[in-house]
Design a protein around this ligand. Structure first.
Ligand code: FE
Length: 210
């Protein structure tokens, strides 16, 4: 009985397991912000101290590199059937400098496959999605391989309506070649945990406006 009550209390206190968000999590102690009533980049109040807490510092920009290709398909999974590589769900929020979430932001991702190769002919491991009313995004993909001169990374362009595009890259903690890569930036490290037979990675983007 005691164990049951303890479980119930912990559950109500929001001790969330390290599983990828299913889009239905509500924080019991904090009223959920109302969905933006107008379309576009209407920031809404964000609870401070949430997972991947907001630094208030703008996410550093990085070079686009040679492999960006416009026109990626809209999708929340870059994984094709039978694709080799460790599955990873990358998720988080897009926030303003004062930690308000931004809806309607387009995130355009591209990355190498597990052996470090880009698809420059088609759109394999390329895709874009849009943040929801709470500024959240969710992408299913694989852990990219490294390639000559580069540690493991995922490229992304972040475009809030009416704002300049932020081009940057995300990195994996503990990757063997992080310290040898001149582009590696510790502020662009995702929070990565094991989840099932894959990984879950969290990163909150902070855009340079209020
Ligand atoms: Fe790259």
């Amino acid at each position: 009985m005691l164990a049951f009550l303890l479980t119930l209390v912990l559950g109500l206190a929001g001790c969330a397991p390290a599983s990828p968000p299913a889009g239905s999590q509500a924080r019991s102690s904090t009223p959920a912000p109302a969905a933006a009533s107008t379309p576009g980049a209407s920031p809404s109040t964000q609870a401070p101290g949430a997972a991947g807490s907001c630094s208030g510092r703008p996410t550093p920009a990085e070079t686009e590199g040679p492999y960006f290709k416009a026109g990626s398909p809209e999708r929340t999974s870059l994984v094709d059937p039978g694709m080799p590589g460790t599955r990873v769900v990358v998720s988080g929020r897009v926030l303003t400098l004062d930690c308000r979430s931004v809806a309607g932001v387009i995130l355009d991702f591209w990355q190498a496959d597990a052996s470090g190769a880009y698809d420059n002919a088609g759109y394999r491991l390329r895709g874009h999605l849009t943040t929801d009313g709470d500024g959240r995004y969710w992408l299913q993909t694989i852990v990219p391989g490294d390639y000559p001169g580069r540690t493991q990374h995922i490229h992304v362009k972040v475009e809030a309506p009416g704002r300049p595009v932020l081009t940057t890259q995300l990195y994996f903690p503990g990757s063997a070649r992080n310290q040898q890569d001149p582009l590696f930036h510790p502020e662009l490290l995702m929070e990565v945990v094991d989840a099932g037979d894959g990984k879950a990675a969290i990163f909150d983007f902070v855009l340079n406006f209020r």
